[in-house]
Ligand binder design. Structure first.
Ligand code: ZN
Length: 552
């Protein structure tokens, strides 16, 4: 047994599954875990050079892995006009005014993070922006990146007016005479693309590194980037990853999900295969690979674009003729997923409404029938509304439930913009993680940051309680949709490692595994569920090296 470079001792160890074990020490040598031994035998692996980390009752866990995150967009947002801290509409407008004043040379004011629930109907008006920035275009994305808010200067610069039709994949909020009111949903946001100034080439790379800092600080040592492609207002984020791999600045391990362009067809698969090979040729597939394809099946419930099995209701409770959008026709989706699976890609679905979940599962079923049960590990992200009979299909199909647990609670956005517009009884079908777990589905955890906080502990708190800290609401969907703490921790560690095809060397504390580890204090397994959110990641380690240490 080699002498350890680092030895963690004196706490509990969550191994990646089950309840934590105490009284054991974890020895690390050459970047890997080499031994998990009873504390009293730790002397055998400790030498004069060993760095001994005393846990003092804290929890040692595998590093968290985020199975659905947008780091480049999140990092860039932190570098631009960042509205994520705004508490209300006034605050958001004041933040934009401050940013504009502080950046007099910026031709366009861009950024994002505004919250739909700060504005009536989730749709802010152009006039609010005109009042503070009348002379330059302003285009800022909502926190969930499904809508943008623009001022009159931007609308005019884009040549959009009352005669501009809604694109097939989006909607323009309008004033009574048809002129855009200021909010552009989904594909309508692309109306600004041609006229915005091209972004600085370095922006995506700097944003990626800024994001990595942010994610390491909450204990995330690996992730799946849920959209490798060119995002509005940004250079192609693939270049940022390739540069980070070349320059040795990417510390986390990342699987990239190549964005399936819904306006194109099966012909785009060839380019995806070529890009996958180009990335593999970098010779750093343990750090970054491009083996996944992201299919955006539907939109979001707040603006009526999530694909539902039943119609949305209007404000008076009457059925409308809208049951949301399938961005990719179901037959086409089946064809694409069969082909992607056959080409060795992992399908990653954005599936939010119950009809989108069904269409995604049907596509997986078609792939299984056509290609046999490959090791492609398809996963469905968001899964806001899942029909009971579909929750039971995940296990058989080998589809992973990619949860964003932070959303699984009563809060304003859900209670005012979504639930009143869904059918009676749909509240019980929101984020049914308990049903999925009982049905034998594999679970993975993710944040969708910058849509919402990247902090896995904040998500784990909600997964376990289904109530926001300090709220006196009932648990969303009832108590039996709660997960136990060990299951929630497993989702964010070994579960997401499985999604990323990395459970052979990450996601567990086992001899031979990479020493990608976090120390969490206080140990959440010793807290009341209502206090889980008070735990913090105090240090993050990648391959035996500390990459983040909390200030105190
Ligand atoms: Zn996302």
């Amino acid at each position: 047994m080699p002498v350890a470079d680092v030895l963690f001792t004196g706490g509990s160890v969550f191994t990646g599954e089950g309840e934590p074990v105490s009284g054991v020490a974890v020895a690390v040598s050459d970047g890997r875990i080499v031994a998990v031994v009873p504390d009293e035998e730790a002397g055998a692996v400790t030498g004069a050079e060993t760095r001994v980390v005393r846990l003092d009752g804290a929890l040692l866990s595998p590093g968290f892995q985020d199975a659905h995150v947008h780091p480049v967009g999140g990092g860039v947002e932190l570098l631009q006009c960042n509205l994520t801290e705004a508490q209300d509409a006034k605050d958001a407008v004041a933040t934009i005014a401050r940013y504009a004043a502080g950046n007099p040379d910026a031709e366009w004011i861009t950024g994002g993070g505004w919250s739909m629930d700060h504005f009536p109907g989730g749709a802010p008006l152009r006039g609010l922006l005109d009042a503070v920035v009348p002379d330059r275009p302003v285009v800022v994305s909502s926190r969930d990146h499904h809508s943008v808010w623009a001022n009159t200067a931007a609308i005019e610069a884009a040549g959009v007016d009352a005669s501009t039709p809604d694109p097939v994949d989006g909607r323009i909020e309008r004033e009574p005479d048809g002129f855009p009111a200021g909010t552009f949903h989904e594909g309508a946001a692309n109306l600004f693309e041609g006229v915005r100034p091209a972004p600085d080439e370095d922006l995506a790379y700097i944003g990626l590194l800024r994001a990595q800092e942010e994610l390491l600080a909450v204990g995330i040592t690996g992730w799946q980037d849920a959209m490798i492609g060119s995002m509005p207002g940004l250079p192609h984020n693939l270049d940022a990853y390739v540069r980070a791999v070349r320059e040795g600045t990417l510390r986390a391990h990342v699987v990239g999900a190549q964005w399936w362009e819904r306006r194109q067809g099966i012909e785009q698969l060839e380019g995806m295969i070529r890009r996958r090979e180009q990335v593999a040729a970098l010779g750093a597939s343990h750090r970054f690979s491009l083996d996944t394809i992201k299919f955006m099946v539907d939109g979001v419930a707040e603006n009526g674009t999530a694909a539902m099995l039943t119609p949305y209701r209007d404000a008076c409770g009457h059925d409308t003729d809208n049951s949301g959008l399938s961005f990719i026709a179901p037959e086409a989706l089946r064809e694409y997923v069969v082909a992607a699976d056959a080409a060795g890609f992992q399908p990653h679905f954005h599936a939010l409404g119950d009809r989108a979940v069904r269409e995604a599962l049907d596509a997986v079923e078609a792939a299984r029938e056509a290609n046999g049960h490959s090791d492609s590990r398809p996963h469905l992200a968001h899964i806001q509304v899942v029909a009971e009979e579909d929750a039971a299909r995940f296990a058989d199909l080998g589809a992973v439930a990619n949860m964003q647990p932070l959303w699984a609670t009563h809060e304003d956005q859900l209670d005012t913009l979504t639930l009143p517009f869904l059918q009676e009884g749909q509240e019980a079908r929101q984020y049914p993680f308990g049903d999925l777990a009982r049905g034998g589905a594999r679970l993975a955890g993710g944040s969708d940051w910058p849509v919402s906080s990247a902090d896995p502990i904040a998500g784990i708190h909600i997964a376990v309680t289904r109530v926001a800290p300090g709220s006196d609401h009932e648990p969303l969907g009832g108590e039996d949709q709660r997960l136990d703490l060990a299951t929630a921790f497993a989702a964010y560690t070994s579960g997401s490692a499985y999604v990323n095809h990395r459970e052979h060397d990450t996601g567990y504390v086992r001899p031979g595994y990479l020493a990608n580890l976090i120390v969490v204090s206080p140990n959440p397994f010793e807290l009341e569920p209502a206090d889980i959110h008070t735990s913090r990641v105090v240090s993050t380690w990648i391959e035996g090296e500390p990459v983040y240490t909390a200030d105190n």
